[in-house]
Design a protein around this ligand. Structure first.
Ligand SMILES: Nc1nc2c(ncn2[C@@H]2O[C@H](COP(=O)(O)OP(=O)(O)OP(=O)(O)O)[C@@H](O)[C@H]2O)c(=O)[nH]1
Ligand SMILES: [Mg+2]
Length: 259
């Protein structure tokens, strides 16, 4: 007698998949969390899930936050979450933390700063480890963004690992690129070398209370030639933005001033 072989437990039947996708789209937190985990780990069912999510993509605006380690990316993202929630928008956050090159573990410390996400169903934060990948993101980040997009979040905030001058993968993924700098991280020579600065739609000089912030405000008033490079907005940004010229706010994420 021929024995029926059951599908591998990780591969949902079509009906199960349709039901699961319906729950993701309805922003059922457990389903969203499970979808994110499957897409992050690239489980056996991930390709079918990704395909099923495709018709539901394209609603969210993806804002990337990048900059050197400790510039204040997570603190700024936290402040932006508060502002967006006050404006009635739903927000998902993908925070990429570095993996230890020795143990492979990641501290996943970004979300500690994101207190605005606590006890709020309109916010979903997922930390990802970079797993040694260079470029500022995690290979899973794009798939996880798709899960949040399908779940109907209005905005997806993507925080990179603390980046160097050449780690600009976020430019490919985000509709709006926010580059965060802080006083004392370099002089005009660093500014001329560009790299990271060139991808900015919005260039934020954070930590206005820091001792060298007066020097940086000179830079803020007179953006360097690099800032012109990203003058255009992507098509997806236009419905959201009143202006697309690069902005250089001098800013304090910690006090949530001038967001
Ligand atoms: N004085 C001052 N400190 C700030 C400000 N924003 C952030 N900080 C502090 O700077 C430190 C680093 O802030 P984070 O938000 O973790 O910086 P980050 O860029 O996310 O750091 P990594 O993710 O590790 O690269 C923390 O101690 C913050 O409290 C600010 O506007 N002013
Ligand atoms: Mg951070």
């Amino acid at each position: 007698m021929k024995r029926e072989t059951a599908p591998p437990s990780d591969t949902p039947a079509d009906a199960d998949l349709a039901g699961f996708v319906a729950r993701v789209i309805a922003r059922d937190r457990r389903a969203v969390s499970q979808a994110v985990t499957e897409l992050e780990r690239l489980s056996l069912s991930a390709p079918a899930l990704l395909q099923a999510l495709q018709p539901h993509l394209g609603h969210a605006l993806v804002a990337g936050f990048t900059g050197p380690p400790g510039a204040g990316k997570s603190t700024l993202v936290n402040a932006v979450i508060r502002e967006l929630r006050a404006a009635g928008k739903t927000v998902a956050v993908v925070a990429v933390d570095p993996s230890s090159p020795i143990s492979g573990g990641a501290i996943l410390g970004d979300r500690i700063r994101m207190t605005a996400a606590l006890d709020d169903d309109g916010v979903f934060v997922r930390s990802l480890a970079s797993r040694g990948y260079l470029g500022g993101l995690s290979p899973a980040a794009v798939r996880v963004i798709d899960a949040f997009d399908a779940a109907g979040f209005d905005l997806i905030l993507l925080e990179t690992v603390g980046t160097g001058q050449n780690e600009i993968d976020v430019a490919e993924v985000a509709d709006v690129r926010v580059v965060i700098s802080a006083p004392g991280l370099g002089d005009d020579i660093q500014a001329m070398k560009s790299g990271l600065l060139e991808i900015a739609d919005i260039l934020v000089v954070n930590k206005r209370s820091a001792p060298r912030s007066a020097t940086r405000s000179r830079f803020s008033r007179r953006p360097p030639h690099q800032a012109k490079v990203s003058r255009g907005c992507s098509k997806r940004l236009k419905p959201w933005a009143t202006a697309c010229a690069p902005k250089v706010p001098r800013h304090a994420a910690a006090g949530a001033r001038a967001i």
